[in-house]
Design a protein around this ligand. Structure first.
Ligand SMILES: [Zn+2]
Length: 472
């Protein structure tokens, strides 16, 4: 090969590129050279075409290329039942837990395939499983590997009994917690094993993390030793916090502290902490998270669907807190989720203060890509289109009417773009979704599995709902 001969690579993708690199560069008629699943070069198409050649070509002069989206918070085994949860508070013990408990391992695998199909169709290349249901751990892990979507698995099993006395019954009843001896140690050993097999900072598709779902169910020991594990493996500790009134009541009754204050007392608020939801975080709690450099996983649709509370996102941003957007199974579509964030925060903070800059489109895109990757500590491998990172990206139809009369492509993508314009979803250089076809999911089989699964979980929760179900 002469010095000038183009270097053979696996794939070249051409289009207008939104890189989300440190300078947020947008390249008109750009190209990405990809080899062995990694990005080798990003630049002007004329330059890349001169330096590289590939049998596999994606996109074209009219395509739009963006980093794949990262869904920073989900629960894989909830998607058979998600349509029955809205307004059914408290939906976790009432609907989600029984519907998940009843699933066999095969059915859990089907939920993972269904979730992955919904996500790949909508341009999500990385999902973050927030609690990794221990009963279905192996099925979930194996199915994610089979599908080939990038995943963060935060695992951990509750080790503490508790009793919640509601505010109105605290006159003669008090809340309490009691750790179950030895459970934290044995469960954290399993998490350590997962962290060793799937390092957070590794190059594989699966990245392990630590889950201590909530202050009620996880002991102080679990939190402090779980946080130590997250630090040791440069991973994250993921905690649902400040989510509902009951939790705040509980924390004030048992520890005389609000939820994030309690986390601070436990010594776990640092850059490895991902505070999930924090919709009820006070000004002081936001300050604690900011000082500790913790991140927020924010699910805007869930705020409306189930939590009935909206976090003060502009305040989180002003304090310098990294924010990662998550669907939490309410959309499984980051376009819908970015738009929900735009609209609910616009209605809550922008309109109220007559402030059009409450949440610019560019920041919403950061929260779905590079900032999400940084919050989840996988920004070494994904979140932007830069040499050395994995080829996790979307090829979109840049000729769609939504993208005509283009003035500011980032704003147009976030505010008007949708999954309808996605042609291909690529994870680590592998085209997993291509114009309606899924490379690793048997959609006919999945349809049958999903129909059966939906009927099963419906049967399980039918008597637990407030409102009768419509007949079908
Ligand atoms: Zn969650």
């Amino acid at each position: 090969m002469t010095a000038d001969a183009p270097q053979p690579v696996q794939m070249i993708a051409r289009g207008r590129i939104i890189t989300m690199d440190p300078t947020r560069r947008i390249i008109e008629d750009g190209a990405i050279a990809i080899d062995k699943g990694l990005i080798v070069a990003v630049g002007a198409h004329a330059d890349i075409a001169g330096r590289y050649r590939a049998a596999d070509m994606l996109g074209g002069p009219d395509a739009l290329l963006t980093p794949g989206f990262i869904d920073a918070h989900t629960h894989c085994t909830q998607c058979f039942v998600r349509g029955l949860t809205s307004g059914e508070l408290p939906m976790i013990p009432r609907i989600y837990n029984p519907a998940q408990r009843v699933l066999t391992a095969d059915e859990a695998a089907s939920t993972v395939r269904l979730l992955s199909a919904q996500m790949l169709r909508a341009g999500v290349t990385t999902l973050c499983e927030g609690t990794l249901n221990p009963d279905h751990e192996t099925a979930i892990l194996e199915t994610l590997e089979e599908v080939g979507i990038r995943s963060i698995l935060a695992r951990g099993r509750a080790d503490q009994d508790f009793h919640h006395a509601s505010l109105y019954s605290q006159i003669n009843d008090r809340s309490w917690v009691k750790a179950r001896d030895g459970e934290a140690e044995s469960d954290l050993l399993r998490t350590e094993d997962l962290l060793q097999r799937f390092p957070s900072r590794g190059d594989g598709l699966i990245h392990a993390a630590v889950n201590a779902s909530a202050l009620l169910g996880f002991s102080p020991r679990y939190f402090t030793e779980g946080a130590a594990l997250a630090r040791r493996f440069d991973s994250t500790l993921q905690v649902h916090i400040g989510r509902d009134r009951e939790e705040v009541e509980f924390c004030l009754d048992v520890w005389k502290r609000r939820p994030v204050e309690r986390l601070f007392d436990l010594g776990v608020v640092d850059e490895h902490l991902v505070a999930v939801h924090a919709v009820l975080a006070s000004e002081r709690e936001i300050e604690i998270l900011a000082k500790g450099k913790a991140a927020l996983a924010h699910s805007p649709t869930e705020c409306v669907a189930n939590m009935n509370a909206i976090p003060n996102l502009p305040r989180f941003r002003a304090a310098g807190i990294r924010v990662a957007l998550g669907c939490d199974n309410q959309a499984n579509d980051m376009f819908a989720t970015m738009r929900a964030a735009w609209l609910i925060h616009g209605a809550r903070w922008g309109v109220e203060r007559f402030d059009p800059e409450f949440l610019p489109a560019g920041e919403l895109l950061e929260m779905s890509t590079i900032e999400s990757a940084s919050s989840l500590r996988i920004d070494h491998i994904t979140g932007s289109l830069e040499p050395g990172k994995a080829a996790d990206f979307l090829v979109m139809d840049g000729t769609a009417p939504h993208f005509m009369a283009s003035q500011d492509v980032t704003s147009e993508l976030v505010r008007y773009g949708s999954r309808a314009e996605i042609l291909q979803t690529v994870v680590a250089g592998r085209v997993l979704y291509d114009r309606g076809n899924f490379a690793t999911i048997d959609m006919q089989g999945l349809r049958d599995e999903a129909t059966a699964g939906a009927a099963k979980v419906r049967q399980e929760v039918v008597d637990r709902r407030y409102r009768p179900l419509p007949a079908f």
